[in-house]
Design a protein around this ligand. Structure first.
Ligand code: NAP
Length: 270
C-alpha cells in the first residue's frame, strides 16, 4: 500500500478477472481512482463488489460502447491519466480449423480494442498534457505456441501499435509501453492445463520451463504495469517489457543435455 498514483484516474479494460483485476487492485492500492471496463459491467459473477474499484460496462470491440464508457468516466472523474489496455481473448485452433469469424473476433478484442480505447482516451490525455498508456501484449508477439496464429498476429500488432503511439503521442506528454506476460495463472490458460489428465505433472513441467522455477501470477504483471503507469518510468516509452521469469531467454536444448538444469529446477518447483 502506498500513494504512488495519488490523484490519478486510471482505466483498466477487461478488469473483471485475471490479470486485469490484479492490475485494477494494484493501481487502487496506490491511491488511483480506478474504473474497470468489462463486458459484464459489474463485478457480479466475477467476485462481488470490490472496494476502491468502479465497474462500468464496456465492449472494447464496439466504437459506440468505447465512446459511452469514456464519456461516463469523464463525467464522473473529469480526466483520465492512465489507460491499461488489458482485455484479451485467445483462440486455440490450427489455421485449417480457424474460421474468418474466429480471426475477426480475436482481432476485434485484442487489436481493434486497444486502438479504439486509445483513439478516445488520447485526446483527453492531450488536454491535460500528460498520460500513460500501458498495453498488455504477450511473449507470443515474439515467439508462439502451436495453434496460436491469430493470437500471435494480434499481439505482434499490439507491439507495433505501442511503437507508433509512443512516437506520435510523445510530443503531447503521453507515454505508451507494453507489458508482455509469459505464462500467467488465469482462466485464459487454466482450461489448457486442465485438458491434461495429470495436472500436477503439467504444472511441474510448466514451472521448469521458467529459469525462475515457476509460472507467473497476475500480481507479477500488475507490479510491472504499476511502474509503467507511474511517473517513476517517465523516460520510458515505446518499450515491450517481458515479464516471463526469463522463459523466452533460455535456448531450448535436447532434453538429455538439459537434465542437470531441469533437475535443479525441479527442486524449486516441487
Ligand atoms: P482472462 O482471465 O480471460 O480475462 C480477460 C478479461 O477480458 C475478462 O474479464 C473478459 O471479460 C474481458 N474481455 C473479453 N472480451 C472483452 C471485450 N470485448 N470488452 C471488454 N472486456 C473483455 O484473461 P487474462 O489471462 O487475465 O488475460 C488478460 C490479458 O493478458 C489479455 O490481453 C491476454 O492476452 C494477456 N496475456 C495473458 C497471458 C496469460 O498467461 N494469462 C499471457 C500473455 C498475455 P469476461 O469475464 O466477461 O469474459
Amino acid at each position: 500500500m502506498g500513494n504512488r498514483l495519488s490523484g490519478k484516474v486510471a482505466v483498466v479494460t477487461g478488469g473483471n478477472r485475471g490479470i486485469g483485476r490484479a492490475i485494477a487492485e494494484r493501481l487502487a492500492e496506490e491511491e488511483a481512482a480506478v474504473v474497470v471496463g468489462d463486458v459484464l459491467g459489474e463485478p457480479g459473477t466475477a467476485g462481488g463488489s470490490v472496494e476502491g474499484l468502479v465497474f462500468l460496462p464496456l465492449d472494447v470491440t464496439k466504437e459506440v460502447s468505447v465512446r459511452a464508457f469514456v464519456d461516463e468516466v469523464l463525467q464522473r472523474f473529469g480526466k483520465i491519466d492512465i489507460l491499461v489496455n488489458n482485455a484479451g481473448i485467445v483462440i486455440h485452433k490450427s489455421i485449417d480449423e480457424q474460421t474468418v469469424d474466429d480471426w475477426d473476433r480475436l482481432m476485434a478484442v485484442n487489436l481493434r480494442g486497444p486502438f479504439l480505447m486509445t483513439k478516445y482516451v488520447a485526446p483527453e490525455m492531450r488536454r491535460i498534457g500528460s498520460g500513460a498508456i500501458v498495453n498488455i501484449g504477450s511473449v507470443e508477439g515474439f515467439m508462439v505456441n502451436p495453434w496460436h496464429t491469430a493470437y500471435a498476429a494480434a499481439k505482434a500488432g499490439v507491439h507495433g501499435l505501442t511503437l507508433g503511439l509512443a512516437v506520435d503521442l510523445g510530443p503531447d506528454g503521453i507515454r505508451c509501453n507494453t507489458v508482455c506476460p509469459g505464462w500467467i495463472d488465469t482462466d485464459l490458460n487454466r482450461s489448457y492445463v486442465e485438458m491434461h489428465p495429470d495436472r500436477r505433472l503439467i504444472e511441474r513441467e510448466l514451472g521448469q520451463l521458467h529459469p525462475v522455477g515457476r509460472i507467473g501470477s497476475p500480481k507479477d504483471i500488475a507490479n510491472a504495469v504499476l511502474w509503467l503507469a507511474s511517473d517513476e518510468s517517465s523516460f520510458v516509452s515505446g518499450e515491450m517489457i517481458a515479464v516471463d521469469g526469463a522463459r523466452t531467454k533460455k535456448i531450448s536444448l535436447p532434453a538429455i543435455l538439459d537434465e542437470e538444469y531441469r533437475a535443479k529446477l525441479s527442486k524449486l518447483t516441487l
